[in-house]
Write a protein that binds this ligand. Structure first.
Ligand code: ADP
Ligand code: MG
Length: 613
């Protein structure tokens, strides 16, 4: 055979093989284009695991009529001009290969309208060749439909896995990007059914809830910024300039582990990457903390100046080379380890509605009443996964049931915002019943709550009693008949020593013979409690505190003693009253020791668990 140049079409097909390996690669490239185009909404609709069709709609800046054909040429990009630009890449794309590659091995229809143009353009390409072009009315943004992938590359077609496997790979890509870009609202449908959506609230926590469910998401630990609290001897840590590697994200507590490394997700400057070394850095940080053969969950965002990382290693752009050698490894490992040893659970998930920024005065419920559950078009009608956010209305790419859990698109500030006393952080709930004389089941507007009665009651009492204590003082109740309590000599000494602190939390105690005391008054909130038990609990707390007694600690001890316990069966009225009080709490999510007061199961999660979506 003579040496000859390959036809352009064949060369494109061969090159395409490097970029488009399977349906999920198409999803990845098109989603990246949407992100690069500044989209706030990206909808991905897949049929038969992407083998039949993949459609990606974004509301980004679109492609101008003049340029749209050029976009499909190999090495055509708007993101790079000179070699130096490669050192400062801030976009996900830069090789100008994806559209050409995808078009070379499928049938593509694109409709795009650039921001500044009055109308859009529709192109039809088959095997990379232009078949049709017309001017059309279109919303701003881009919709690309890719059909019959690999129709002209039978060898590739043969290697595709089942629709279910391809679907899983697509799910992984979409959820990763939803995590890295929480400000973008993603929606993924398979064969017309929504399988994943994020709220676009800007809060990674919301996306974590949508992916892992509230139980796991609530336990995840936020990675601390090493530079803010560096105690290490490493001088580089103290200077942002000499070590400009920043690590943020979330890691699972040691109690949450998985059978493989798949839940360790790494991002460098917003780009999802595969890196065995860094994955190992995360695993190593859990050394001795996990059962053998189990792997942690980690969402690791690494940011560093683009010049310190080479992203142009492979056509799929999922590998990078760090110019600072081992440094990223050490930084990631330290950041994760430090988080594990130092932190407690994330206490407030903004995804739980948290009415403080809801559009109406009555918080969560109010926003729900206003926006109501909305039904989608077609097969999505029965899902009613959430409610429209306040600003959703006009966007083309948005279907009806737009957010999973979060009630608002502007959730950004809510975790730190001051809580208006009228705003309740929990929805109004209806008590369904009690399980095991320990947990109360309630129904909220879009889900189920399992409430630990002891933790919830401790929280309620704590806010009430602590409120009095920091205000005008604890309200007490005189006992008509005093209760005599006999203590040991050591306890007697301790009680006399801390008499003032004990009186400060509402316990009036009078000496009544050797080592015997009479309780004359108790906090009004503790009136139903046996006064002797209360005094003994306080004395025990004094014993534990080894000479450093804080009244606040005694307040907590009173609450622990007075609170309901596991195993106490409650009447409907009693439960309703407790739930009502919990709804009013400023921090209803944990008990005073930081343990959760409830587990929440959203309607969406129930639907997922039952295989409805
Ligand atoms: P790259 O992303 O590497 O530049 P692509 O082949 O993916 O290469 O895209 C080529 C060009 O087409 C991009 O540089 C961009 O200008 C334009 N483009 C592609 N997709 C979109 C989109 N969804 N919205 C706006 N412009 C797009
Ligand atoms: Mg691209």
């Amino acid at each position: 055979m003579t040496i000859h140049l390959l036809s352009d079409q064949l060369a494109s097909q061969i090159a395409a093989g490097e970029v488009v390996e399977r349906p999920s690669s198409v999803v990845k490239e098109l989603v990246e284009n949407g992100i690069d185009a500044g989209a706030t909404t990206i909808n991905i609709d897949v049929r038969q695991g992407g083998r039949e069709s993949i459609q990606i709609a974004d509301n980004g800046h679109g492609i101008g009529a003049e340029e749209i054909e050029t976009a499909f040429l190999r090495h055509a990009t708007s993101k790079l001009q000179t070699v130096e630009d490669l050192n400062a890449i801030r976009t996900l794309g830069f090789r100008g290969e994806a559209l050409a590659a995808i078009a070379a091995v499928s049938q593509v229809t694109i409709v795009s309208r650039a921001t500044e143009e009055p109308s859009g353009t529709r192109l039809l390409l088959e095997g990379g060749l232009l078949q049709d072009r017309e001017t059309v009315g279109a919303p701003q943004g881009t919709v690309i439909a890719v059909e019959n992938l690999f129709f002209n590359v039978p060898a590739r077609l043969k290697f595709l896995k089942s629709a279910a496997t391809e679907k899983r790979l697509i799910d992984e890509f979409v959820t990763r990007y939803a995590l890295a870009y929480p400000q973008i609202r993603f929606r993924l449908t398979h064969n017309g059914r929504i399988t994943f959506q994020s709220s676009g609230s800007g809060q990674v926590q919301d996306v974590l809830v949508a992916i892992y469910g509230p139980e796991i998401a609530r336990q995840l630990l936020e990675i601390r910024d090493l530079r803010l609290e560096a105690k290490s001897d490493d001088p580089a840590l103290h200077s942002p300039l000499s070590n400009p590697i920043n690590v943020t994200g979330f890691v699972g507590p040691p109690g949450v582990h998985f059978a493989n490394r798949g839940q360790i997700m790494l991002f460098v400057n917003g780009r999802w990457i595969k890196d065995t070394q860094l994955t190992y850095a995360v695993i190593q940080a859990y050394h001795t903390l996990l059962p053998s053969g189990r792997y942690p969950m980690g969402l690791i965002f690494i940011s560093l100046p683009p010049k310190n990382v080479d992203v142009n290693v492979h056509p799929t752009k999922t590998e990078v080379r760090f110019r600072q050698g081992k440094k990223p490894f050490g930084t990631v490992q330290r950041a994760v380890r430090q988080t594990l040893v130092a932190d407690g659970p994330i206490r407030q998930m903004s995804a739980w509605g948290l009415g403080s920024n809801a559009p109406s005065s009555s918080g969560w419920m109010g926003s729900l009443n206003q926006e109501a559950f909305v039904s989608g078009e077609g097969e999505q009608t029965d899902l009613a996964l959430g409610w429209m956010d306040g600003e959703g209305g006009g966007e083309t790419a948005t279907s009806a049931s737009s957010t999973l859990l979060s009630s608002s698109g502007q959730a950004g500030s809510q975790q730190n915002s001051n809580i208006d006393a009228d705003d309740s952080k929990l929805p109004i709930m209806r008590v369904v019943g009690q399980v095991g004389a320990t947990y109360i089941i309630t129904e909220g507007p879009e889900g189920l709550f399992l409430i630990d009665q002891q933790a919830a009651h401790q929280r309620v009492l704590h806010e009430q009693l602590h409120g009095q204590w920091t205000g005008d003082g604890i309200i007490t109740q005189q006992l008509s008949t005093g209760t005599a309590v006999t203590l040991s000599a050591a306890q007697t000494k301790l009680l006399s020593q801390f008499e003032a602190a004990v009186a400060g939390v509402g316990l009036e105690v009078e000496a009544f013979g050797p080592n015997t005391f009479m309780v004359r008054a108790v906090p009004k909130l503790a009136a139903s409690c046996d006064p002797a038990r209360l005094l003994l609990a306080i004395v025990e707390k004094l014993e534990q505190s080894k000479g450093v007694v804080e009244e606040a600690g005694l307040v907590t001890a009173v609450c622990q003693t007075v609170a309901l316990r596991a195993g106490q069966s409650l009447t409907q009225t009693r439960m309703q009253q407790l739930i009502h009080n919990l709804e009013k709490c400023v921090d209803p999510f944990t008990d005073p020791q930081g343990k959760p007061t409830f587990i929440y199961l959203s309607v969406a999660q129930l639907a997922r668990e039952f295989g409805r979506i």
